[in-house]
Design a binder for this molecule. Sequence first.
Ligand SMILES: [Zn+2]
Length: 269
Amino acid sequence: MEKNTLLQVWPIPAFDDNYIWCIHDEHFALVVDPGQSKPVLKYLEQKKLTLKGILVTHHHADHTGGILELLRALDGSVPVYGPAGKDIPGCSNVVHEGDKLEITQPRISLKVSEVPGHTLSHVAYFANMQANVVEPILFCGDTLFACGCGRLFEGSPKQMSESLAKFAALPKNTLVYCTHEYTLSNIRFALAVEPNNFNLITWAQEAQALRKLNLPTLPTTIGQELQVNPFMRCDQSEVIEAARQVSGRSGALAPTEVLEVIRSWKDRF
Ligand SMILES: [Zn+2]
């Protein structure tokens, strides 16, 4: 009988602050958003893993730059999953909202969500609990960060708002694997929005301690982000009030308007 090994998810650091997440069992691996190939190849060799697939969330070069080199170095074709729209180098399997990817090596079932905002064709991959996955896991690319969200390069505040609402509806214990270590600077901004958020103040101390030891602050969880991430809290009175003050607007602000105001504030912060 085949042993049911629990899947592991480990960060492979790339560039200055990217994480290429590697999902693997004892033999087989998938990587998410390989912006570089060398650190991935080194990791696979160290852990004696065979790469069986590449998941891509969006077209930016720091998420896709290593794909073709990986395919060449592995001397064999592995599926490359990615969104429609902008060309993803080497993409063999275009994915859409609601697609279910049933991957056998390593065994994992992933659901695709379209989450436009950072780019128009951005997707996320979600795995609910299954035989070898003990907590739900989400690969959200540059849409959601610990205490922040992606810059709106292509999409509108409304699209980002709807994308974040999809994440907010996931189980609270979902582990969120963001692709950048932006947490400390995001926390500095979040504290400007909500200086009295006790959970945020506590998290600031914990995150600083982790970074002092050069440890990742990720994964975060959906439950945690709902408590500390201003972009997930656009319906909370302190966040609305901060948006009113910054924009000089009075009266009721809808969550999408709040997101628009604090996102452009963050761009200037
Ligand atoms: Zn990006």
